[in-house]
Design a protein around this ligand. Structure first.
Ligand code: GLN
Length: 199
């Protein structure tokens, strides 16, 4: 069984834990960098990215999180989590973790509407995924190796680059756990290749 952590410094943590466990993974709240050694994949939840970054620095998480991603372990970021994964941000030159070759704009939908719920076609995952947007970011640019999984209103809202998955919205605040099931499969597939290689 895959063990998947949820970075538990701030934000919507318990909803991710519930979705992961309901879909057959063992979920762990990650509050200290040493705990990253105990997990096969990681969820970066929604919340507030500047606050989350402050807490990442305060608890010495930045380098261990980067090393986790560089080791090729799967990471799934929702909303503020997506912001943390971007290589760069529109209002700030440098990104935080830089896992995905994309430029993200914070609060891009929020200026129009604070929050709203829609159904999205997310390639390879669902044609009608329930998605809640709350002061959501959007992806302004992607590099060549990034797969665009979903668009809403002509804007990119879900992407995948190798072991990294990210979306502007909160799937965990709906009843629809297909995006989490997809991520769990990514983690399980990664575990299976590792096992085959070490045989
Ligand atoms: N607007 C938030 C930020 O910039 C993200 C909002 C969310 O995670 N729902 O971090």
């Amino acid at each position: 069984m895959a063990t998947i952590g949820v970075l538990s410094l701030q934000g919507a943590v318990s909803e991710h834990v519930r979705f992961l466990e309901n879909n057959g993974a063992l979920a762990k709240e990650i509050k200290r960098p040493e705990q990253l050694k105990e997990i096969d994949g990681l969820v970066l939840p929604g919340g507030e990215s500047t606050t989350m970054r402050k807490l990442i620095d305060k608890y010495d998480f930045l380098e261990p999180l980067r090393a986790f991603g560089e080791a090729g372990k799967p990471v799934f970021g929702t909303c503020a989590g997506m912001i943390l994964m971007a290589q760069s941000l529109v209002d700030k030159e440098e990104g935080h973790l830089g896992f995905i070759d994309m430029v993200v704009e914070r609060n891009a939908f929020g200026r129009q509407r604070e929050s709203f719920e829609v159904h999205l076609n997310v390639a390879g995952i669902a044609e009608d995924l329930q998605a809640v947007f709350i002061r959501a970011p959007l992806v302004k640019e992607v590099g060549r190796d990034v797969e665009v999984l979903s668009e809403y209103g002509g804007e990119i809202v879900a992407v995948k680059q190798g072991p990294f998955l990210a979306c502007s919205y909160h799937p965990e605040l709906t009843d629809d756990s297909r995006m989490h099931a997809f991520f769990i499969k990514m983690v399980e597939e990664k575990l299976a290749t590792k096992t085959t290689l070490s045989r």
